[in-house]
Design a protein around this ligand. Structure first.
Ligand SMILES: NC(=O)c1ccc[n+]([C@@H]2O[C@H](COP(=O)([O-])OP(=O)(O)OC[C@H]3O[C@@H](n4cnc5c(N)ncnc54)[C@H](O)[C@@H]3O)[C@@H](O)[C@H]2O)c1
Length: 440
């Protein structure tokens, strides 16, 4: 099948490369010329395990190419995926659809007479957007007096950054939301090689499935973080509690790791967008409002732990920040807890030496002035008062802790991701302060 993917970010690039790998011919379109230039040179513009290799293979096989010219893609492909960003409107919390509407306008302007095109919305969008997109494109065509057949479908994406290629190739389900049977059967055929169950539904329910899924996952994280905070008061260990709770088949063990809260490009904006959607319909989503509030408070609580340990006197003290990305195996810094925690330390006069295996260049412009960057965790730790773990990279789980202890000025570790066993840290002689577990 010939497919166009508009937007070559985390979702669009993975979608395009994976569809190419499944034997389709794909054109990736992006309005960002520098991204397209790098992709044309065969460079994967995001860090995602397995993606660079798959991209190279499929460029070589001539199954994927890239352009900034939407017209070229619209002329060549019957199926056009939209995977542009839907960031958060910082004032209202709602999804900002300007990029989606821009693509809708451009599609309406570029479709040729007699064309039949299936527009598939992969971006996470508020309920009703897919229908409204179809209407907008048809209106533009009418104004241009162009007769072309356009149907739009919703096909939300559930991949996780850090394991995006695997998630795309082995999804738990594929959701296809359209009332048009031909479009549904084309999309079903496209996804058939993945062997995943297909949920066929209407566009609105499809859009809602995405929001409800993200909201529930975010709720689990905020829930377990709240339980972790209670564990700290009552002397229970959150990891043992979560393991015991998660063994209940009705509950399951996923998304029960306590820490400093979720970040990234999806959970923060999608939970707030759903709160906004509920409000538009005069429904107050008390659960989701709390999910958001608990998450925002969790990183502040961790920063407070550090400040409390030094009785508020962090001025002039140097901290080794281990991990900047919002989660491991990605260079995505959007809404990363590290941003607030590092800012909080710097604002109080602390000095920071940060290390992340892949996110430093993306983190740099988001971090306050004065942060130094190290080329490995030990470089960051050298002469620091304490190490502060903010991302659970495997590299940190495998740290030579004896070496770390030697390098630190005082053997103190604040662990926002609970990556080390308490007994181990105690035995090695660290002061170890984590989340939902006793201090050792
Ligand atoms: N990142 C994730 O893990 C994830 C997972 C599931 C769903 N989503 C959703 O997928 C969508 C895309 O997310 P992302 O993380 O890939 O975003 P992103 O910011 O990484 O990529 C979006 C891309 O769209 C391009 N773009 C914007 N306007 C354009 C236009 N008019 N024409 C062509 N290209 C244009 C941008 O240049 C950018 O490269 C969002 O709605 C997001 O909520 C993201």
């Amino acid at each position: 099948m010939k497919i166009a993917v508009v937007g070559t970010g985390y979702v669009g690039l993975v979608t395009g490369v994976c569809f190419a790998d499944l034997g389709n011919t794909v054109i990736g379109v992006d309005s960002d010329e520098s991204k397209i230039r790098r992709l044309l040179a065969g460079e994967s513009i995001i860090f995602e395990p397995g993606l660079a290799e798959m991209l190279a293979t499929n460029i070589k096989r001539k199954r994927i190419r890239f352009t900034t010219n939407l017209q070229e893609a619209v002329d060549a492909c019957e199926v056009i995926f939209i995977a542009v960003g839907t960031p958060q409107d910082k004032k209202t919390g709602e999804a900002d659809l300007r990029y989606v509407w821009q693509v809708a306008r451009e599609l309406g302007q570029t479709l040729r007479p007699g064309a039949t095109r299936r527009i598939v919305v992969k971006s996470t969008v508020p309920v009703g957007t897919t229908e409204s997109l179809e209407r907008r494109i048809r209106d533009t065509l009418r104004r241009r007096r162009v007769k072309a057949a356009v149907t739009a479908a919703s096909n939300p994406e559930f991949l996780r950054e850090g394991s995006a290629v695997r998630d795309f190739m082995e999804p738990d389900r594929v959701v296809i939301g359209t009332r048009d049977t031909k479009t549904a059967s084309i999309l079903t055929a496209l996804y058939k090689p993945l062997g995943a169950p297909i949920v066929s539904t209407d566009p609105r329910s499809s859009e809602m499935i995405k929001y409800a899924s993200n909201a529930l996952l975010a709720a689990r994280i905020s829930f377990i973080n709240e339980i972790a905070n209670i564990c700290e008061c009552v002397g229970a260990n959150i990891q043992e509690v979560a393991a015991g709770v998660g063994m209940d088949k009705r509950i399951g063990s996923h998304f029960l790791a306590a820490g400093i809260g979720y970040g990234g490009s999806c959970f923060p904006k999608d939970t707030e967008a759903l709160v906004y959607i509920a409000g538009q319909g005069s429904v107050r989503s008390r659960i989701l409002e709390s999910v958001v509030a608990v998450n925002k408070a969790q990183r502040v609580r961790f920063l407070d732990k550090i400040l409390h340990y030094y009785r508020g006197h962090v001025k002039g003290r140097r901290f080794a920040i281990l991990g900047l990305a919002f989660k491991p195996n990605t260079d995505d810094m959007r809404e990363a807890p590290s941003i607030d925690i590092v800012r909080g330390l710097i604002r109080r006069g602390a000095r920071v030496a940060a290390y992340d295996p892949v996110a430093i260049s993306i983190a740099r412009p988001l971090m306050p002035a004065g942060v130094e960057y190290a080329s490995d965790p030990y470089g960051a730790a050298k002469g620091a008062q304490a190490a502060v773990i903010l991302t659970e990279w495997n590299e940190f789980k495998e740290l030579d802790l004896r070496r770390l202890k030697r390098l630190l000025k005082t053997p103190v570790v604040f662990d926002g991701r609970n990556i080390f066993p308490l007994e181990n840290m105690q035995k090695l002689g660290f002061r170890y302060i984590s989340v939902g577990r006793r201090e050792v």
